[in-house]
Design a binder for this molecule. Structure first.
Ligand code: M6R
Length: 608
């Protein structure tokens, strides 16, 4: 989801901005720009395409300003044109933005009604006009940003410069990351430490909801309630490594917390934010309307993402789906009707069993589409169509952000199939897309519940067995929660369909057995509640993950309750994945396990 760099320097900084942006190229982008204060006035230079186009423009007309912001944009709202490129500006300020402003339509209408004229199709421009409108009411830049932030919905990071303020840079983060770099009489802002590696190794990471006011000598931090807060600077390894852990102890923790950003980035690749419709960024060699059956094959967490996708394809597109673990599928000799579609899912794109499933499907004359995170991988190269996940490098062996990005792509594909098959009306598609656009913000909300999960982890670390239960898409999610827990804490865990409990596993339940129940408010909520009561009646130690106040509704004694934000039921899997990941992570940390490299496991399984 784009890249941000801001600099308060001692000499001309335009090329330094570009240098920082080059470190963020791996995130993907299709236009770039800078805004620099030249004699107190904001001068913008923007270009379509790669950074070399921006550099060429800067060489033609060099800028001498010492304060500025730069941005690489991955188009979300509006095409990747120069006009839509960041920074966006008014007569008072310029702003760069990562992420999605969910309520941009309402804000734009409100600001247009005041007579403010918009020059781009982006959601970002509402931020520029909103802060300007507040400054027009005699607020200072700092007061205006403080007043504007609570009005913005969604997951985002922002960087501002202001006309006539050569020693002021303001940054803000909610959901998407942002870091401050401390130089010698210089100050920096970057969407990750990598962007700042050419200038400094002393970094302060903003916490979620923070915003910061920078000048060349100091940084003042505020939390989301606008209270002044202290944030520690630390030395970073970003200069030495391609990816670093940021201010997290483990890559897994960093990757869990990156999810609002990478889900947003992946969504932006598949959704036209302007029209609220799914727009696949590639052509298809088949017509969804003529597909008789979709086959899905993958391993581990990718397979469980496929299981969730099956619910979506069947419900939203009425498309029959058959799903197999790739190591079984490759030898099952499944008959397949030529011209149908095989979807393989893989983070690494190198998993041997998944690759074998792909090759079998090709032999069976299937159209092969892959959902992969590594675009240069073997699976990507051998597929007819590649639907990329934009999770960025995933280092932790336990897959987290790749999983939710796989869900993002699967949800968009299911909606596209539903539209093509005449199952979804335009109105329903827009409703679903609106729900998807809200996901990064809801995931950011869910990430705030880390403290009760840390306390729960201390209890779970004493268990030898754990049961996860769920219905609907929460069933595969229960299996994913169990897989995460066993692979990094080595506690034996199983995920079951809640309705299957009484057909066997209920025999295991006693007071030593934690039972973690995924209970989103979906059409099966009441039935899940009945299953919780069955567990309670047998003395099981219940952990309820559900909407705020779910414990009162269920009325049973619990070991813990983890409150999730209220949301429409269709895509609850994204949000409920977060506590499952955090439970596994904190339990493994409490137990002193090697979280990022658990015993016996490899990140990429290239053998059978
Ligand atoms: O690279 P892939 O997505 O193909 O990998 C598949 C599985 O090996 C992987 O998801 C594995 O289950 C993870 N360790 C789960 O966290």
């Amino acid at each position: 989801m784009c890249g941000i760099v801001g600099i308060l320097g001692r000499e001309a900084i335009a090329f330094d901005l570009v240098e920082g942006l080059k470190r963020l190229e791996y995130r993907g982008y299709d236009s770039a720009g800078v805004a620099v204060l030249e004699g107190g006035e904001i001068t913008r230079v923007r270009a379509e395409g790669k950074l070399k186009n921006l550099e060429a423009k800067l060489r033609e007309a060099p800028l001498s300003g010492r304060a500025g912001i730069g941005h690489t944009r991955w188009a979300t709202h509006g095409k990747p044109t120069e006009n839509n490129a960041h920074p966006h500006a008014t007569e008072r300020l310029a702003v760069v933005h990562n992420g999605i402003i969910e309520n941009f339509r309402e804000l734009r209408e409100e600001l247009q009604a005041e007579g403010r004229v918009f020059a781009s199709e982006t959601d970002t421009e509402v931020v520029a006009h909103l802060v300007t409108a507040l400054m027009d009411k005699q607020m200072s830049a700092e007061e205006a940003v403080a007043a504007a932030l609570p009005r913005l919905h969604g997951a985002f990071a922002l960087g501002f410069v202001f006309r006539g303020e050569d020693n002021l840079l303001i940054g803000a983060r909610r959901g998407a990351p942002l870091a401050v770099g401390h130089g010698d009489g210089e100050m920096y802002l970057g969407s990750d430490a990598l962007a700042l590696a050419p200038f400094t190794d002393t970094i302060t990471y903003l916490e979620d909801g923070d915003w910061v006011v920078l000048n060349r000598a100091s940084a003042r931090y505020f939390n989301e309630k606008n209270q002044p807060v202290k944030r520690k600077a630390q030395k970073t390894q970003a200069g030495a490594f391609l990816v670093d852990k940021g201010n997290h102890r483990h890559f897994m923790a960093k990757e869990i917390h990156e999810q609002p950003e990478v889900i947003g980035r992946t969504l932006a690749h598949y959704i036209d934010m302007g029209t609220g419709e799914v727009r696949l960024p590639f052509g298809l060699p088949f017509d969804w309307a003529k597909v008789g059956r979709l086959s899905i094959s993958a391993c581990g967490t990718a397979y469980l993402a496929g299981q969730i996708g099956k619910y979506w394809f069947e419900r939203l597109a009425r498309l029959p789906v058959e799903i197999d673990i790739a190591s079984e599928f490759r030898y099952r000799e499944a008959p397949m009707t030529p011209g149908d579609v095989m979807l393989v899912i893989s983070q690494s794109g190198e998993t041997a069993d998944t690759l074998a499933a792909l090759r079998y499907a090709k032999d069976q004359k299937q159209h092969v589409m892959s959902v992969v995170n590594v675009p240069t991988s073997t699976i990507a190269r051998e597929s007819h169509v590649v639907a990329g996940t934009l999770a960025g490098p995933e280092i932790g062996v336990a897959s987290t952000k790749a999983f939710t990005c796989q869900l993002t792509v699967l949800a968009c594909l299911a909606i596209a199939a539903g539209r093509a098959r005449g199952v979804l009306s335009g109105r329903r598609e827009k409703e679903l897309v609106t729900q998807l656009i809200a996901i990064p913000g809801l995931v950011a909300e869910a990430l705030k519940h880390e403290a009760p999960i840390e306390a729960l982890a201390r209890e779970l670390s004493k268990a030898t067995d754990v049961l996860y239960l769920g219905r609907g898409t929460s069933f595969p999610l229960a299996m994913e929660g169990a897989l995460k827990l066993k692979e990094i804490s080595y506690i034996h865990a199983e995920g079951y369909a809640a309705g299957e409990l009484k057909h066997g596993p209920i025999a295991l339940i006693d007071e030593t057995m934690p039972v973690i129940v995924m209970a989103p408010r979906d059409p099966w909520f009441e039935k899940t509640v009945s299953n919780v009561q069955e567990v309670a009646a047998r003395g099981g130690a219940i952990v309820l993950i559900g909407p705020e106040g779910v414990g009162r509704e269920v009325a049973v004694d619990t070991l813990a309750e983890i409150a999730m934000p209220e949301m429409a039921p269709d895509f609850s899997a994204f949000v409920y994945a977060i506590p499952a990941q955090l439970i596994a992570y904190h339990t493994a940390v409490v137990m002193g396990k090697d979280v990022d490299q658990p015993r016996n496991l490899a990140k990429s399984v290239t053998v059978e």
